[in-house]
Design a protein around this ligand. Structure first.
Ligand SMILES: Cc1cc2nc3c(=O)[nH]c(=O)nc-3n(C[C@H](O)[C@H](O)[C@H](O)COP(=O)(O)OP(=O)(O)OC[C@H]3O[C@@H](n4cnc5c(N)ncnc54)[C@H](O)[C@@H]3O)c2cc1C
Length: 469
């Protein structure tokens, strides 16, 4: 139902707004409107009153000012991957950054500036042309913006830290429609909060990162094992990661069955499996040596670990990130992968309800834990593991079954959890947002919100509520 403010948005108001934009303004019924309002999670079906497809900072400023004056709710869309669908609002104005995808590498300084609509696939494509990379998400269609603002997990994090640990500066359009540059040297308080505090404080229009020499060839891929070996494999995985060098990381995954991929022989199709996915960014020789113990865990059904381009590894899970599926998830951090946590993982994952679902255990540690707990707004740096139970299915009539399995599993895992990762949260309420931060950080984020967005203009996110305004 349109609000009173939205009903008053007649053409007389829209026309000057539209002509002041370089990008496109869309209303319901316009060409491109329905495609623009779709996000990765097919369960989200919201209809903004206006969608502004921005092509530059000026459009973002215009859109924020127009929203303020006309009392419109704002949502901000990067690549639309967040499970909550907060990128799109019902009524209101969706500020869509997905057309802003420029990426400029400085190979001498090993830095890159990327616009906020770029995906990690586009980012890696540009930086790998110079043999450079920084930590970024493991599905190529995920957006640099949402991922970075919440922290940013990726294959390189044990060596180079989270995406935010490589951030040098950002450009921000503020709640009053102003524009500021933000770094350790300018607006340093906001720079602290941007690194983990999500989209609470303004709209970031571009990000500057430090890059590192990576690849182009690394050792990576996945080895698949029979699901009956899951428990024993998890014990071995835990042991392996306890002494792994920072160059090496491994994820433990539960799937329902082997995927119907060309590399899967017909007799193995549909076989329930677990998989260990790895990335080693040292020399190919070091990779072979350091991965040797993993190869002795058990006999894999299929071993796809081999030298490959870093950009290929960054697409390893792309098939699990198909746009428009129904998605529901539960997640959390684990200070340790205890025997009881392993028992619970194995018991619940055995009943996985959809062939598209995945349960992923990521190993943190290394450089992630060497940054001080309060140096950025990302909390829980000491934890060793993260788990994400991502239920994915296509038929909305089956939703109840998949969601119940996910929630039961999530509830069982919660007793082992030490907080959570803000980017993996669903629409779970204020208590869970607080669980993403330590109390000191949360209080500091509230103070920043009071300073930069006291009216909570940017509230369609994992919201830090202001206490003034
Ligand atoms: C398939 C899949 C794989 C994933 N893999 C990883 C992974 O490997 N590592 C990891 O860390 N996370 C991963 N995630 C989680 C991911 O970090 C979040 O979903 C993230 O929010 C996605 O960013 P986006 O820009 O694509 O999302 P969007 O849905 O476009 O944005 C999410 C929210 O971020 C805010 N936002 C976006 N852009 C801006 C901006 N420019 N300025 C201010 N606020 C903004 C808004 O509040 C918006 O609602 C994955 C998610 C999915 C669905």
């Amino acid at each position: 139902m349109a609000t009173f403010a939205e009903q008053q948005l007649d053409e007389a108001l829209i026309k000057p707004f539209r002509s002041g934009l370089r990008g496109t303004l869309m209303r319901p019924g316009d060409d491109g409107y329905d495609a623009a309002r779709r996000v990765w999670n097919g369960r989200i079906d919201r209809k903004p009153t206006l969608i502004v497809s921005c092509v530059g900072v000026a459009d973002v400023i215009q859109a924020v000012k127009f929203a303020r004056v006309n009392n419109l709710e704002i949502s901000v869309r990067g690549s639309g991957h967040n499970v909550t669908g907060n990128a799109v609002c019902d009524g209101g104005i969706m500020i869509d950054l997905s057309a802003m995808r420029g990426v400029r590498v400085d190979p001498q300084l090993r830095t890159v500036r990327a616009q906020a609509g770029a995906t990690w696939g586009e980012f890696d494509h540009e930086t790998q042309a110079f043999g450079l990379a920084t930590t970024g998400a493991r599905i190529s269609t995920t957006g640099i913006a949402g991922v970075t603002l919440g922290g940013g997990y990726g294959w390189l994090m044990r060596k180079y830290g989270l995406a935010i640990d490589n951030l040098r500066s950002v450009d921000v359009v503020t709640a009053d429609g102003g524009f500021i540059m933000v770094s350790n040297g300018e607006n340093a308080d906001l720079f602290w909060g941007i690194r983990g505090g999500g989209g609470n404080f303004g709209i970031v229009t571009s990000f500057e990162y430090q890059l590192h020499p990576v690849g182009p060839m690394i050792t990576g891929g996945m080895a698949f094992y029979p699901v009956v070996e899951a428990k024993e494999l998890l014990y071995r995985y835990r042991e392996f990661m306890a002494t792994a060098r920072d160059e090496l990381t491994a994820l433990f995954n539960f799937f329902s069955t082997l995927p119907p991929a060309p590399f899967v022989p017909a007799h193995l199709r549909g076989v329930p499996v677990v998989a260990i996915a790895v990335c080693h960014i040292g020399s190919i020789e070091d990779g072979r040596r350091e991965l040797a113990p993993l190869r002795e865990f058990a006999q894999p059904l299929i071993d796809r670990i081999r030298p490959m381009p870093y950009t290929t590894l960054q697409r390893l899970f792309d098939a699990a990130g198909v746009f428009g599926c129904q998605v529901h998830s539960q997640s959390g951090h684990l200070a340790e992968l205890s025997d009881n946590a392993i028992e619970t993982l194995v018991a619940h994952a055995a009943h996985i309800t959809s062939p598209l679902s995945i349960v992923m255990i990521s190993s943190l540690g290394g450089a992630v834990g060497r940054v001080g707990e309060n140096d950025t707004a990302f909390s829980h740096r000491h934890v060793r593991y993260d788990y994400a139970i991502d239920s994915v299915w296509t038929d909305h009539r089956e939703s109840r079954r998949h969601m119940e399995w996910t929630d039961d599993f999530g509830k069982a895992m919660r007793v082992f959890s030490s907080g959570t990762y803000v980017n993996e949260l669903g629409d779970e309420g204020e208590e869970r947002v607080r669980a993403a931060y330590n109390p000191t950080t949360y209080a500091q984020l509230v103070a920043l919100k009071n300073k930069y967005d006291p009216g909570n203009l940017f509230h369609l996110n994992q919201n830090i509520k202001p206490t003034v305004g």
